[in-house]
Each structure stands twice: as structure tokens, then as C-alpha cells.
Design a protein around this ligand. Structure first.
Ligand SMILES: [Zn+2]
Ligand SMILES: [Zn+2]
Length: 278
């Protein structure tokens, strides 16, 4: 185990990385980025003032910070699931295998999330600059006001909270999926079952609930399926046939029915990396 993982694993065991802490880390990061963007835009703010490579640096920083934070959050889930698996099969699986799998899953998610987050910021920035331009020739005062506007228009609290919620759900998914994946690689029959969250959800989440990764993986790399989705993935021990018999899992819908529902709601399929489906 690398020392970074060991440290994260210890902090996860102590339960020191709680939701409010993830929240604080993400908010600090975005406050820093907001300040940097405000400085880069200059006064009056102009998109041409932004130096080359600025957004690349923002994206790199976002990816790195999200990765560290999510990995720590995923370890909270990972430890008990791993313990459950080892007790059930009475085996000891080298922890390195799990951490590598977990790192892969978290890395795929954070690469995707950082790209999405930065693109949204850029789009919001263009809207913001459009409004600034409209205000030109009026009494609009740049400077102090701009930072406040940037905060409101590009990185408001609600957006931070949404990112924290989504990425927390994604970390829990990664933690449980890492255990399921390695269990299967070691020859144990374990299923990654989609569990419906106790929150407002769309009409698709209930169609995926109770299915295994070979079905829900056609539509999503795992919860969250959409903004505000609080579904999860649970590692369930047993063969598919046995779990179907016991009605712990089901195959109630066809893939085409789910696709049709996604189409009706205008859902954009998340890009599914082949490695995430397995
Ligand atoms: Zn939903
Ligand atoms: Zn959901």
C-alpha cells in the first residue's frame, strides 16, 4: 500500500473525512479558482485577458483535488465491504488489489467530472461576460462587484453543494464496485446491485433498481444517474441465478424499455468507458 493510501485509509477508518469536510474542501477549491479567474479576466473583464493554459490548470487542479477527496470518501465504504467479503469466504485478499481497482474507478470518474465541471464554468463565464458587455456604457462598475458576480454566476453555493452530493454518491459507488470487481476476479460470486435511493428520483432509477451491473451498466457507470440521484450500488454475495430465485434481484425490464424511457426524458447517456462496465 502506498503511503498516501495508508494515510487516507487511516483517516477513513477514523471517520475523519465526513460529508461536511468534503464540502469544505470543494468550496475552498472553488473559492480559490474564482479568485484566480477574477484576476485573470482583469478590469474591465475580457475573455482575451485570460492567459493561455489557464483552463487547463483549473481542470488539472479540479481533477487532482476531486481525486484525493473522492478516494478518501470511497475508502469509508470500501473497508466494511471488504471485511464482509473476507469474513463470508474466509479469505484474505491482498489489499493492493482493491486499492488499485478503487484508484482506477475513482480516476475514471474524476477525469469525467473535472471535464464536465470546467466546461460548465466556461459556459457560465461566457454568459457572465455577455451580461457585462450589455452593461457597457451604463453605470456598471467593475472591480469589487465583479468578484461577487462571478461568485454568484459561475460558482454559487448551490453548484458547490450539487458537486459535493454527486461526487459523494459516486465515491460510494466506486468503493462498493471495487470490492465486487476484485471479488469476481478472485472467483467469488458477488453481484453489484443497484439500490434505489431514498430521495426524489426520475422514472429510470426504479427500472434499474434491483438489477446487476450487466444490466444497469448498459446505461450508466453507476449512481448518480443524474444530478440529485441518491441511489447506490450494494455488493450482494451469491450467484445471479440464486439471487433471481430468491427475488433479491430481478430482470423486469428489457434494455429497450429503459432506452425508450431515457429517450422520452431526454437523458443524455454518460460516456461509458468500457472498463467501467465490467
Ligand atoms: Zn433517478
Ligand atoms: Zn437514482
Amino acid at each position: 500500500m502506498s503511503s498516501a493510501i495508508k494515510e487516507l485509509s487511516l483517516s477513513a477508518k477514523r471517520g475523519s473525512l465526513t460529508l461536511p469536510e468534503i464540502d469544505r474542501k470543494v468550496k475552498l477549491l472553488h473559492a480559490r479558482q474564482r479568485l484566480a479567474l477574477s484576476k485573470a479576466l482583469g478590469s474591465p473583464p475580457k475573455v482575451e485577458n485570460i492567459p493561455r493554459g489557464f483552463w487547463k490548470r483549473v481542470e488539472d487542479e479540479e481533477r487532482k483535488e476531486l481525486y484525493n477527496t473522492m478516494l478518501a470518501a470511497a475508502l469509508i465504504v470500501f473497508s466494511p465491504s471488504l471485511g464482509r467479503l473476507q469474513r463470508h469466504f474466509n479469505v484474505q485478499i491482498p489489499p493492493d488489489q482493491f486499492t488499485r481497482s478503487l484508484q482506477d474507478l475513482v480516476r475514471s470518474r474524476t477525469d469525467w467530472a473535472a471535464d464536465r465541471i470546467v466546461n460548465t464554468s466556461r459556459r457560465r463565464m461566457r454568459n457572465f461576460l455577455g451580461r457585462v458587455q450589455d452593461a457597457e456604457g451604463t453605470d456598471a462598475d467593475y472591480g469589487d462587484v465583479m468578484t461577487a458576480d462571478l461568485a454568484r454566476d459561475i460558482w454559487d453555493e448551490r453548484r458547490d453543494e450539487m458537486v459535493v452530493r454527486n461526487e459523494s454518491v459516486a465515491s460510494w459507488t466506486a468503493g462498493n464496485r471495487a470490492v465486487g470487481r476484485i471479488a469476481r476476479r478472485n472467483g467469488f460470486e458477488v453481484q453489484d446491485v443497484w439500490v434505489l435511493g431514498n430521495c426524489d428520483h426520475c422514472s429510470i432509477c426504479p427500472m434499474l433498481a434491483g438489477t446487476t451491473v450487466d444490466f444497469w451498466g448498459l446505461f450508466s457507470p453507476g449512481p448518480p444517474l443524474h444530478v440529485g440521484c441518491c441511489c447506490g450500488v450494494d455488493m450482494v454475495i451469491g450467484s445471479k441465478e440464486e439471487l433471481l430465485d430468491r427475488r433479491i434481484i430481478h430482470e423486469r425490464y428489457t434494455a429497450n424499455e429503459v432506452y425508450a424511457e431515457m429517450d422520452r426524458l431526454g437523458f443524455e447517456l454518460a460516456p461509458l468507458a468500457e472498463s467501467l462496465r465490467r
